[in-house]
Ligand binder design. Structure first.
Ligand code: HEM
Length: 290
């Protein structure tokens, strides 16, 4: 239990660190973040109040959060077929054997994700929060690659087996892993439609653009919180505590990063969100306007 609580907290603090780092490293991301934070705060009940609900519902803040988890979560989710042999695609896992699923592989799979356009590429090692946005005016196209289709229902990822604690395989791989996993209460349709939500028709430019956060098409691909019955129960709380921390810091202080780029450490790979490699020097300056 102590170990779980420690690792839960270190996951959250690592995500908060990377968010602050990614936001402050890029002037454009910083400007958009401040705008989204002010929007979320102005929707709060009283002036000066910070509403956790508004922070967590903001499409841009959710996109920042999801992109940070995509780049830095390196958990390996363990499962054991307890009742019978387990078939996953062309693999057969004997009953009692332990299987490890690493989102690290799928989080960087170029064949699955939206990587921008030839004129504006956004590789999977780049921090590009817009990957997780969809817009009515076709500015943002959502997280999956155009034309990417998920395995059909005739060809499930795992078939005919009960996992670990008696839940079906589809649940283990799909349910709640994507939108549920990032606490994206307002995410778009999570059904198994092969999907890439580009609007078919150009939208009427006189109608204002609607931008929303999307994890459509990412079941079994984006798994920072694991999935199925054992999916991280702290995921909603984690998103709340992380955004509250980051929002207070960002609203009250300017963060000036110094020194060379901070890279991730692989020392505790597979145990959760990667920590920074070495120190990251910075200056904090109190902001006059909040
Ligand atoms: C960004 C922060 C976090 C990340 C990335 C994260 C990730 C994960 C992952 C990958 C699992 C394994 C899920 C599976 O086997 O399918 C897990 C399990 C768990 N997490 Fe988190 N977690 C985070 C924060 C938290 C927080 C804040 C709490 C508690 C307040 C928490 C409590 C737990 C517990 C109790 C389990 C075990 C669930 C079970 O085995 O049934 N986590 N977490």
């Amino acid at each position: 239990m102590r170990l779980t609580v420690c690792s839960a907290n270190s996951n959250s603090s690592h995500v908060a660190f990377w968010l602050i780092y990614f936001i402050n490293r890029d002037a454009q991301v910083l400007a958009k973040t401040r705008e989204a934070l002010h929007e979320a705060c102005s929707a709060a009940n009283a002036p000066g109040e910070i509403s956790i609900d508004e922070l967590c519902a903001s499409p841009y803040l959710s996109a920042l959060y999801a992109e940070t988890l995509r780049l830095r979560s390196a958990s390996i989710v363990m499962r054991k077929p307890e009742r019978r042999n387990l078939r996953i695609g062309r693999w057969l896992i004997p009953k009692g054997d332990v299987v490890g699923f690493s989102g690290w592989t799928t989080h960087f799979d170029e064949t699955l994700w939206n990587t921008g356009t030839p004129s504006e590429p956004h590789g999977l090692h780049d921090f590009w929060p817009e990957r997780f946005l969809v817009s009515t005016h076709a500015r943002y196209h959502g997280p999956t690659k155009p034309g990417h289709t998920k395995p059909s229902s005739q060809e499930p990822l795992i078939s005919n087996c009960r996992m670990h604690a008696s839940h079906s395989e589809q649940e283990a791989i799909s349910s709640g892993i994507t939108a549920g996993a990032v606490g994206a209460e307002k995410a778009t349709d999570l059904s198994c439609e092969p999907g890439f939500p580009i609007p078919n028709e150009p939208q009427d430019s006189s109608v204002s653009e609607q931008v929303s956060f999307s994890t459509e098409g990412l079941q079994g691909i984006f798994v920072p919180y694991g999935g199925g019955q054992n999916i991280c129960p702290g995921r909603y709380y984690a998103k709340q505590e992380i955004w509250l921390t980051v929002a207070i810091l960002m609203l009250k202080f300017d963060v000036e990063l110094h020194g060379p780029e901070t890279t991730e450490s692989y020392k505790f790979f597979a145990t959760g969100v990667l920590s920074p490699q070495g120190p990251t020097p910075f200056k904090l300056r109190r902001r006059s306007l909040v």
